[in-house]
Ligand binder design. Sequence first.
Ligand code: NAP
Length: 263
Amino acid sequence: MTLNLNMAGRHALVGGASQGIGKACAIALAGMGANVTLMARRKDVLEQTRAELPAPASGEHRVLVADLNQTDALAAAINELTAEHPVQVLVHNSGGPPPGTAHEADPDAYRRAFQAHLIGGQTLLQACLPGMRAAGYGRLINIISTSVKEPIKGLGVSNTIRWAVASWAKTLASELAGDGITVNNVLPGFTDTERLHGIIAGRARNSGSGEDQVAQQMRASVPAGRFAEAAEIANAVAFLASPAASYINGINLPVDGGRTGSL
Ligand SMILES: NC(=O)c1ccc[n+]([C@@H]2O[C@H](COP(=O)([O-])OP(=O)(O)OC[C@H]3O[C@@H](n4cnc5c(N)ncnc54)[C@H](OP(=O)(O)O)[C@@H]3O)[C@@H](O)[C@H]2O)c1
């Protein structure tokens, strides 16, 4: 049996696709032949990204402008898309909650994070499920964080909400497996994106150190000795989306250069 990574004829909806990890996932899936819909809030950046994607095997790539914090508008936009173009692969990804300790966070920050990451994911999934079931092929891949293995200092709201998403995903994995749908989480380590640059700047401000020094310390905490490229996270996502990953279901996959100390 050959390794089947062919995504021709599959429609993938990729969140947070205007930059960073989401953009890299869109490029990887398009490279495997999928039709990709790029989702985020900035239409102009999404359109630029769409122009950069390798052409699909047939049909076209699309753009969906939506904000995960605006649930009603999100539901309307995704239902309109899936009514005409059923989705088989959902990469649930967006920006991480702002940094800060858990005990100092504004209670509303937890509500906003729950709305974007969990209610947003549920809204997207429910619109995509009919297309997945009709195809007998579905992939939900959540981009979350290694904090589901070990909470990360200074990311209190993020640590909390990632667990909620991981538990949601694990439950879905057992509910949906009979329909040919898998549900998995990819846990990026330090990945060279705008998000990481913001975290480095924040740590530098809080510690009084320079950004270079903070980045150096962070690299030193990774056995691989470096940050990931977004494409290295996308490679894992693309594999989980492919036919080859049909029996991988309900896992948390760290892609972190060996940084996470727990099993
Ligand atoms: N980079 C890392 O080191 C790292 C490590 C662990 C986990 N992660 C997690 O992995 C995910 C992706 O990380 P990244 O580094 O690629 O982040 P990023 O550079 O901040 O990109 C976030 C993407 O999400 C979109 N987005 C943000 N808020 C949104 C909203 N309310 N509705 C719809 N789209 C929204 C942004 O586009 P628009 O502004 O156009 O909407 C952008 O495309 C995040 O959850 C992050 O916390 C990252």
